[in-house]
Design a binder for this molecule. Sequence first.
Ligand code: SF4
Length: 445
Amino acid sequence: MLPKLLFATPAGTVLEHPNLLAIGRAGDDLLAPAEPPVALPPHGKLVHLPGRRPVGFNPETGAVEVLGRTSAGVGRRTFTPDAVAAVLPPGWTRTFLPATRRDSGPPLPQWAYAASGWGERGPVVWAMRTDQRNHWDPSRFSTPDLERRVAGLLAELPGNRVLTQLQRCALEYRCFTAQNIFYERDEGGLPGSTGCNARCQGCISQSRPGGPKASMERIPAPPSAEELAEIGARHLARARGRVMVSFGQGCEGEPLTRATVLAKAIGLMRRRTGRGSVNINTNGSLTEGLDALLGAGLDAVRVSLNSAHPDLYEAYYRPQGYGLRNVERSIALARRRKAYIALNLLILPGVTDRAGEVDRLSRLIVKHRVDQLQARSLCIDADDYVKLARGVGAGGAPMGVRAMLCALRRAAPWLVVGNFARGICERRKNDGSDLPRNEASPSQR
Ligand code: SF4
């Protein structure tokens, strides 16, 4: 049974429609998802989408209807409702987009909007849990002692520009990898690059003309190797849990554009401690730069991409001076150098799960024996992404996000599907995702 359609009043109050039922969207298609929705997980939010009209299914007429005007109850004044979507907490991947019609207004801010509705016991969403680990549970972050911890470390290491940025990331952007530096646990972020050699349509640290305001500002000045190593070595030496430092955070550009400095920083860190993991989140564009980091002691590489087809990759990333073949060269190098390799797949239902796209992805994963796939919901206004992907890239009918992950796992039974970076002690261990048993390789359960 489909849940009730949700809509929002101009004031943002979320209501359920008495008759219309909620449906989903995949690419350009509006459809009733075959899979049932799940209860909105803790820390998930319902948000209203300005300028987007809700689209629902009318069981009486059997038709899909746009809710152009409505009222909040019998005899109440009518108004133009906004559509409602869900935004998921870490560890979840959306499987369907909200069904909407864009009427007016600018592109939506860079969030990953998921199809939602009102079920028998409350709000529901079309999504799947792709990582069971709870060390990224939002209740472990932004705790009352955080400000004191930030002030304490700033006093201990005055003038360190990495720390100045991390203070803002931890307290203003509420970034978890920044906060981990102050909590001295798990994966800590080491932002170090201001520039980038891509112009992603959905960049969260750089606004694009005609696009929404980026959700965060980039680090203003490039820190030195010594400043990066000071924070990094301290974290590697003292942190508990899944100890790791990561270059390539949301608040910066492409770290490989500063490979010489980062390689020096890794060398300085490794001179002080051999503990933990040094990881890079990268677009994989500069293979020689990556080689220098691997030579200095980098042991994990996470490459982000939206497609393994050059046309769709370039339509989204708008690379400056490199292409998908450079990205693949970097993955091949990381494999040769025995680094732990993760693909950060930016997923948009109806595009990423096209049969041709999935085929290309699985060939890339198998060819380079990629260790892990992070199933990331792409943060972008779906209308913009569907438009840039229309007729671009590998074609084929969309198979569904869940089926796509099963297909990739069938092609690569060793593949870990999970959203979070794996600590050294976890690598090659099971991922804990909720894929159906008969699809997953036996070791995954
Ligand atoms: S690679 Fe990262 S920093 Fe560069 S444009 Fe894309 S999202 Fe932004």
